[in-house]
Design a protein around this ligand. Structure first.
Ligand code: ADP
Length: 226
């Protein structure tokens, strides 16, 4: 197994970031860090921080930058990440967060920023029909639900619609993507780190495309003069 990667995954809500980030983390043997998962877990644990984050999430708003940056900084300092690397999923989402990440990682920090590119019409259909297992996070679509009604095929957990997958919250999240997150594509392109992968189609094919593109980027970096 190739290890030691430091990657982040960008893409609209519903582009498949979470699904692909989990697979990438397993493939490279590195931790998967999802800010959305961290906030949902904190909300489920009813910590005061989690309850505050939940208010933003429910409305489809972004959690304030200083809060998110603090959470990520803490996670990136842990030994598993320092030793092995990471797949960051859902962070950064604003220019302020991206700049903070560069500061945290220092020079030669990231191997690549992978953008999973999917047309907006496709993500709206995916999110409005999305169902998710409350315990393991596996996602389904109403057109392809679990085999036994609303119980996860993997662990039997309840399969529900996420609270922020309502039409209003989805619209707000996609608007914020255009406003705050899309500019990051240019930012990472400017740093020579952007990889764009077509995210439409079968998840296995998308995963194959991601691995090929990441390997290509790593090889060209290895052979490039420093
Ligand atoms: P999605 O990509 O579908 O919006 P996530 O699980 O990544 O789902 O995030 C869910 C919510 O968590 C976001 O709508 C936002 O409120 C909050 N969140 C996650 N990551 C960030 C971040 N980097 N900055 C601000 N808020 C975030």
């Amino acid at each position: 197994m190739s290890s030691g990667v430091r990657l982040l995954v960008l893409g609209k809500q519903g582009a498949g970031k979470g699904t692909q980030a989990v697979r990438m983390a397993a493939h490279y043997g590195v931790p998967h860090i999802s800010t959305g998962d961290i906030f949902r877990q904190a909300a489920a644990d009813r910590t005061s921080f989690g309850l505050k984050a939940k208010e933003y999430m429910k409305r489809g708003e972004l959690v304030p930058d200083d809060v998110v940056i603090g959470v990520v900084a803490e996670r990136l300092a842990k030994e598993d990440v320092v030793d092995d690397g990471f797949i960051l999923d859902g962070f950064p989402r604003t220019k302020v967060q991206a700049e903070a990440l560069q500061q945290l990682l220092g020079p030669n920090g990231l191997d690549a920023a992978v953008d999973i590119d999917v047309p907006t019409e496709v993500v709206i259909d995916r999110i409005s029909g999305r169902l998710v297992c409350r315990t393991c996070g596996t996602t389904y679509h109403v057109s392809k639900p679990p085999k036994v009604d609303r119980l996860c095929d993997k662990d039997g957990g309840d399969v529900v619609q996420r609270e922020d997958d309502t039409p209003d919250a989805v619209k707000r999240r996609l608007d914020l993507y255009e406003q705050d997150t899309r500019p990051l594509l240019e930012y990472y392109d400017g740093l020579g780190l952007l990889i764009t992968v077509d995210g439409d189609g079968d998840p296995d094919d998308v995963f194959g495309r991601i691995l090929d593109a990441v390997e290509e980027a790593r090889q060209s970096r290895l052979s490039a003069p420093r």
